[in-house]
Design a protein around this ligand. Sequence first.
Ligand SMILES: Nc1ncnc2c1ncn2[C@@H]1O[C@H](COP(=O)(O)OP(=O)(O)O)[C@@H](O)[C@H]1O
Ligand SMILES: [Mg+2]
Length: 370
Amino acid sequence: MVKKTSAYKKSMDNSLGALDKKILLGFIVIVFGTLILASFGFFYVLSSHLTEVIFISSGLAFIIAIISSMFISRTIVKPLRQLNEATKELEKGNLDVRVKIKTDDEIEELGESFNKMVEALVETKRRQNEIDKAKTDLLSITSHELRSPMTPMKAQLQMTLGGYYGKLNIKQKESLNIALRNANRLDKILVDFLDISRIEASRLKFEYKKVEVKSLVEIIIKEMESFSPSKKIKIVSKIKNITVEGDPERISQVFRNILENAKKFSPEKSMITIDSILKDNFIEFIIQDEGIGIKKSIQDKIFEPFFQGEQTIYRDHNGVGLGLAISKGIVESQGGKIRYESSEGKGTTFFFSFPINPPKTQKNFFKEKV
Ligand SMILES: Nc1ncnc2c1ncn2[C@@H]1O[C@H](COP(=O)(O)OP(=O)(O)O)[C@@H](O)[C@H]1O
Ligand SMILES: [Mg+2]
């Protein structure tokens, strides 16, 4: 139920407000003006000066029209236009916008309410930023702390598996392999948590080197063969031999995230193609799959951290909804772009670009969002 505040009650009561009075005044001016004109006309008609009557009364009508329209423009149209412009600015995300309306009526009150609403939005945004920062810090600290024991744990498992502490039977090896696989999975999730918190805090690091794109992609394709091998999905690269300057680890990370998805959401024995083109000072990579496609209803959300599409037969236990958010963070912090085209049931194509010569400073796309 709507809570009836005193302002609300006032707005609902039938007594005249300042704006009503002004409109009434305007109306009275026009009625009186018309009456004066009419009696003036009548007087002159009687004295049979028809030409002068028409001339003078049109002149007077013109003056009255100008005075009334100036009055309406100054008190109603201009402030409403100001409010309209301010609302559009607010819609674009400009929280510095305020209106200055001094009409001493309901429009001035509306302007004040608008300014108060913007102040409330600023406060909400400030609190949201604080919560976001606390969440990022928590994610970063816990991931760090959880990751530290992972390294010796994995090393011990690998040493035992490698027979360092004695020969193992098949059952023991199987058991240790399961433990190591899960330790690696957990480690990967923690690395993703750390990366997303670095992206959110603009602390992602890049180490630039000369990268031969064709051979880098071939290595990634080899690695990807171990990801759901039973599906027998073929990955074909049409990438030309180009050398760019970039961080091979970060470029590979984007490739892995997008290829993992392409494999995950594709049927058995389908094909994934990788290509690249040069555009201005960027290299754009194109990864096309023949998978299930992305539903229209989730198309705006897939780059959001922790977003995952609904459960399908294709969803396995891999991923926590960070792959695309991290990829977007990596690409955009280098000044590149990431986008996709998808047709449900037919497949998805991802496009992402990296500068051939990387920028000196990084953009923070999360902070730029309103
Ligand atoms: N190639 C693709 N085909 C179909 N859906 C995709 C594809 N790539 C991404 N998606 C959708 O985008 C969501 C987010 O992807 P991502 O951030 O990698 O998280 P995750 O892989 O952990 O689900 C996925 O859950 C899926 O719904
Ligand atoms: Mg993924």
